[in-house]
Design a protein around this ligand. Structure first.
Ligand code: KIV
Ligand code: NA
Length: 270
């Protein structure tokens, strides 16, 4: 699974044959420049999901990836689970998502997941580090590092499976904890910063492709993220070369000045 947030990234991910495209609320950080995922709204998420849906459709691949939309902070936590269901339906009906993802595995959260599944919405769970709860967790840091906490995360995962989730993201937990959870579940786990013993893996598009190379963003790229490309450097080189070319007059050469007048028009004009 890889995240995508817009038409071009969705097309790239689909054409690479990635199984699942996640429209992650990480877009609040990597696309919109917020320092947490909390500010992104439901309407903003749907706007991005719609672009991703078009990108996947127009990628013209034989087998379209599964499209999962992240339900944002404040769109599904209320005790009245009707709110979550109504919001989940918007992801399906207005944005063409195949499934939604929720963070957390408390008893209350599992009740919400069950409500959505009973309402016909496929739900992916997400336990371990749940970034929407940053204010409560106190920072982006690994979870489940004591036996008691690890057991609590396993309980969360089991509750979500029981509620009908079809897969669960395990974020930033020790490898042995992720392995034990994966072993205990019948549904697949998808790890991020959770070692190599989960059923699948997910990375954030901008992080894995080295999209940003400026120091401000660099500090947020987690150490578990392998860089498969250095797009930030390529983008910088291209932009700087354009600037040099325009200033020197090298661009546009005749090759890039394609529009000509007919000879008689030109005589009249000149
Ligand atoms: O928002 C996101 O990108 C995510 C993944 C890291 C799982 O939730
Ligand atoms: Na997310």
């Amino acid at each position: 699974m890889v995240t995508a947030y817009d038409y071009p990234s969705a097309m790239h991910v689909a054409r690479a044959g990635i199984d699942i495209v996640l429209v992650g609320d990480s877009l609040a950080m990597v696309e919109l420049g917020h320092i947490t995922t909390q500010p992104i709204t439901l309407d903003a998420m749907l706007h991005h999901c719609q672009a991703v849906r078009r990108g996947v459709q127009q990628a013209q691949v034989q087998e379209e990836p599964l499209l999962v939309g992240d339900m944002p902070f404040a769109s599904y936590e209320y005790e009245d689970t009707d709110v979550a269901l109504r919001n989940a339906y918007r992801f399906i009906q207005e944005a063409g998502m195949d499934a939604v993802k929720l963070e957390g595995g408390s008893v209350a959260r599992a009740r919400t997941a069950r409500k959505l599944v009973e309402g016909g919405v496929a739900v992916m769970g997400h336990v371990g580090l749940t970034p929407q709860a940053i204010s409560v967790l106190g920072g982006f840091r690994a979870q489940g590092r004591t036996a008691v906490r690890a057991r609590a995360i396993l309980d969360d995962a089991l509750r979500l499976q029981d509620a009908g989730c079809f897969a669960i993201v395990l974020e930033c937990v020790p490898s042995n904890v992720a392995a034990a959870i994966t072993e205990s579940l019948e549904i697949p786990t998808i790890g991020i910063g959770a070692g190599g013993h989960t059923s699948g893996q997910v990375l954030v598009f901008h992080d894995m492709l080295g999209m940003t190379s400026h120091p401000h963003h660099e500090q947020f790229v987690p150490k578990f993220c392998k860089r498969y490309a250095q797009l930030g450097h390529i983008i910088q080189e291209g932009l700087q070369e354009f600037k040099r070319d325009v200033e020197s007059g090298a661009f546009p050469s005749d090759e890039y000045a394609p529009y000509q007048m007919k000879e008689n028009e030109r005589r009249d004009f000149e």
